[in-house]
Ligand binder design. Structure first.
Ligand SMILES: Cc1cc2nc3c(=O)[nH]c(=O)nc-3n(C[C@H](O)[C@H](O)[C@H](O)COP(=O)(O)OP(=O)(O)OC[C@H]3O[C@@H](n4cnc5c(N)ncnc54)[C@H](O)[C@@H]3O)c2cc1C
Length: 229
């Protein structure tokens, strides 16, 4: 890994010095829920893992500003408002109030039709069906701290939780589950801290990857160009 003093875009945090070479078997870019999940799996193996995160331990306006950009096509919220540049990524923005003290996040399955190609959506259609994801969904339930991998309304229905009497031909009852919002940036942060102490993980906070540097034959990327804020 190579760190550089390449100037950051206007409005970005100040650039620090560079020098270190960090050697690892696997490098994960981004400590959001995806990167943290991969890192948690890898620290249990014989591989040395490096996790590079653009933000710090907690979100900051300066780090979030690095996500500033324009959205093409359908208008959406500005990118810098829809992401969090910190360990935990966008999980810092999860804030669904379920009545419990701590905020939650909603988990549900993609619809089977989401995998179909639709002529009105360019490049749509997945190369596999939803069923192919079942084993991964089941694992994700555990990672996200939610209940059984079963989203059929029947098993959740009870005397005090009846589904609304919709016309089944026109409206369908769908289930979602709510998991704790702080799992990734609190519990898994602690877990990975232990892996860091044991030398299994090198976490590089405040380090933004600017460029992947491919090998000459273009078949692998073994070096990154990073900037330290
Ligand atoms: C307000 C809000 C509410 C949401 N609610 C829900 C919900 O209820 N249910 C649900 O399923 N999903 C929800 N989401 C979406 C969910 O948060 C995302 O799908 C999820 O966080 C994606 O995880 P990720 O790890 O792929 O990306 P992110 O969470 O975006 O993490 C990416 C990480 O990579 C880092 N990074 C980016 N670029 C670089 C770089 N060049 N170098 C180094 N690091 C970099 C970022 O700092 C960040 O930490 C919500 C999102 C938001 C914003």
């Amino acid at each position: 890994m190579q760190r550089d003093t390449t100037p950051m875009p206007a409005g970005a945090a100040p650039v620090g010095l560079f020098s270190a070479e960090v050697v690892a078997d696997v490098c994960i870019i981004g400590a959001g829920p995806a990167g943290i999940t991969i890192a948690r799996d890898l620290v249990g193996s014989s591989l040395v893992t490096c996790l590079v995160e653009s933000g710090g331990e907690t979100p900051s306006a300066a780090a979030d500003a690095l996500a500033r950009g324009a959205s093409l096509g359908e208008p959406i919220h500005p990118p810098e408002e829809n992401t969090r540049r910190a360990f935990g990524g966008a999980s810092h923005a999860w804030d669904i109030r379920t009545g419990a003290v701590n905020p939650h996040v909603r988990h549900m399955l993609l619809d089977a039709e989401d995998f179909d190609a639709h002529p009105w959506i360019p490049h749509s259609g997945w190369p596999f069906r939803r069923a192919a994801l079942a084993p991964y969904y089941a694992r994700a339930q555990l990672v996200c701290g939610v209940g059984p991998f079963d989203y059929a309304p029947d098993i959740w229905e009870g005397p005090d939780a009846k589904r609304l009497p919709f016309n089944a031909g026109r409206l369908r009852t769908a289930m979602c589950q709510f998991g704790p919002a702080d799992l990734f940036h609190r519990l898994y942060r602690e877990e990975l801290r232990i892996a860091e102490r044991a030398g299994r993980l090198r976490l590089m906070l405040n380090t933004t990857v600017l460029r992947l540097l491919p090998e000459a034959d273009g078949r692998a990327v073994r070096r990154l160009l990073c900037v330290r804020q």
